[in-house]
Design a protein around this ligand. Structure first.
Ligand SMILES: [Zn+2]
Ligand SMILES: [Zn+2]
Length: 343
């Protein structure tokens, strides 16, 4: 045996012994912290992320091994999750998936975990965490119908809408859901100084919630346009998405269906009239069914009633496509001016 080989074997042995010792230390540390729900306290550079990855794998294994989330398994899931996010506070998936697993059996603990992620700066562009927080409050909390819980949910839902680029539909849907519940609880809605309307149906509350959001964005938009000193690319958090949300297209099918299904409810009909006059000014909608109709049409194609004709030549009654009538050459602009006055 030569000298080099002896050294080589010794180095290998030491590596195996030391490596095995460290591995045992790490392993017991991971398991211990997974059980206690605390961050792995021993300091190994960059180890926490690694530990949370292992914990996550163990967690996925565990989640696959249990039949359901119940009184026995929920506390274990909760502890494992807390250990994972303590080691890796930026691990979005752990908050999201964990909270969904716990939401039915332990909604308060599910929310607690989401709140840890919600306060994390590294996740400040994650919209799912506040969205799930709002969903858990409004669907699984025992006092989900109270204004206190709804206000908590509203806070999260607003953040979810602001964070989701392009106004994610689920986030807007959740915000409208919360706002509608609050409006229904309040029982009234103030359209203007002199017009206060009773809110007596869920559909009506939902329509009003959408209208109220739309009106708020109109006001913001006007405020921004009137500020000359604002740079062109100025978009503070919460402001940048409001242009992308098409409230009018969201509200129209609701109004149409409410006009039919709740035609006996005076509060609903009054609400529809008020909203139609403010939100759909200049839009040609059938009075009876609120479907839009095109230029030159005499009857509503949806319900068959007579509609007020627009967009035709004052001389020959052909449908006008531009400034001048393509059938007789008459200038159609005076007619357009008359049409505006007519409304
Ligand atoms: Zn119609
Ligand atoms: Zn003509």
């Amino acid at each position: 045996m030569n000298k080099r080989l002896v050294i080589h074997v010794m180095v290998m042995l030491i590596t195996i012994i030391v490596g095995g010792y460290i591995a045992r230390q790490l392993n017991s540390g991971v398991e211990r912290t997974a059980m206690e729900g605390k961050a792995f306290s021993t300091t190994y550079a960059g180890f926490n992320k690694f530990a949370s990855d292992i914990q996550w794998m163990l967690f996925i294994n565990y989640a696959g091994s249990i039949k359901s989330v119940n009184k026995d398994t929920a506390p274990i899931i909760y502890k494992k999750l807390k250990a994972i996010v303590a080691n890796d506070p930026g691990f979005a998936k752990a908050y999201e998936m964990g909270a969904l697993m716990l939401s039915v059996e332990e909604p308060e603990k599910a929310l607690e975990i989401l709140e840890i992620g919600f306060g994390n700066k590294a996740l400040s562009s994650n919209y799912k965490i506040p969205l799930y927080a709002g969903l858990i409050l409004t669907h699984y909390f025992p006092d989900k119908e109270t204004n206190k819980t709804l206000s908590r949910a509203e806070k999260y839902s607003k953040v979810a809408v602001a964070r989701s680029s392009g106004g994610e539909k689920g986030a807007i849907g959740q915000l409208i859901y919360v706002r509608a519940k609050k409006i229904k609880n309040d029982g009234t809605y103030t359209f203007s100084k002199d017009v206060v309307i009773s809110v007596t149906s869920d559909k009506q509350a939902r329509i009003i919630a959408l209208f109220d959001e739309w009106r708020a964005t109109q006001e913001k938009s006007m405020a921004m346009n009137s500020t000359n000193s604002m740079p062109a690319d100025f978009s503070p958090v919460g402001f940048d998405n409001f242009n992308k949300i098409n409230y009018t297209e969201m509200i129209l099918p609701l109004i149409q269906s409410a006009k039919q299904s709740e035609s006996e409810n005076k509060d609903v009909i009054d609400t529809i009239t008020l909203i139609r006059n403010e939100m759909f000014k200049g839009r040609h909608l059938c009075d009876k069914c609120i479907f839009s109709y095109g230029p030159g049409e005499k009857f509503c194609s949806s319900c068959g009633i007579n509609v007020q004709v627009y967009g035709i030549c004052p001389k020959c009654s052909s449908v006008v496509k531009g400034r001048f009538c393509s059938s007789c050459g008459t200038d159609a602009v005076p007619h357009k001016a008359e049409q505006v006055r007519h409304e």
